[in-house]
Design a protein around this ligand. Sequence first.
Ligand SMILES: Nc1nc2c(ncn2[C@@H]2O[C@H](COP(=O)(O)OP(=O)(O)O)[C@@H](O)[C@H]2O)c(=O)[nH]1
Ligand SMILES: [Mg+2]
Length: 279
Amino acid sequence: MSEPSLLLLIPAYNEEQRIEPVLRDYGRYFRDHYGGSFQLVVVLNGCRDNTRGVVETVAREFPSISFLDFPEPIGKGGALIEGLKLAPRADVIGYVDADGATPPAALHDLVRRIGEADCVIGSRWLPGARLHVAQSRKRRIASRLFHLLVQLLFHMNIKDTQCGAKVMRREAVEAIHHALRIADMAFDINLLYALHRAGFRILEVPTEWTDKVGSKVKLFRTSLTMFLSTVRVRLIYSPVYKWLWPLRPLEAWIYKKLRAPVPRSGPPPEMQSPTRPKS
Ligand SMILES: Nc1nc2c(ncn2[C@@H]2O[C@H](COP(=O)(O)OP(=O)(O)O)[C@@H](O)[C@H]2O)c(=O)[nH]1
Ligand SMILES: [Mg+2]
């Protein structure tokens, strides 16, 4: 049976220790089990380790794998905003984390459900989810508080907005891309609320998830940044937003203090492939 063409993005920052087996797993799985065209694009930015070298090595073995590399500190959200500019290349566009928290078969399950909605998201908190949780108590509490805040502000009734596995139809991505401006880990809220407001249907399905060691999340700083960004998304969609412009310098100052990433401005990305050895 033929399946829709799929573009899978993997945002990656200092992932030299975690990404290699994940790329091989995805490359192999989708080559052997997917009935449509498959492209995997790793979106790197400002890595201070050899993630790029590792990605180049695996990309030489798998023609489906390539990457984008931005020097600026654009964050996970900023990286996905850039990656999603490649949406015209496929019917379905998705993303997963670089640490293998979502196995390829679980991502494939989300793609299979895209006929039922415009966006299908993996959920760790629906009955039927298979979880291998190793997060600290503090992290779990922060995550539940964040969930409450999101429900209070947006009323989307989504149980798990933060799961790293999501897929969308190309038309939905193209319709809301201009509304994406959150570069930090609250990017997912920005994306989901933009889809929700534009009338696209979001389907949450139970997924398989494994917490991995080596998280890039610094609990205090990341939580505070996500809190601010989430409130900001709400304000952007409120009628009072246009009166808040005098607060912009304060906002910029706080983000700078938190060393929070900002999205990239400028022309669309240029694809990079490793130089393949001449045969
Ligand atoms: N491009 C890019 N990716 C990032 C950045 N920060 C985190 N990521 C990626 O976002 C994904 C989720 O991060 P992770 O540390 O696994 O978060 P956790 O699983 O929620 O603890 C991983 O693929 C990271 O490499 C960043 O600044 N830039
Ligand atoms: Mg992770």
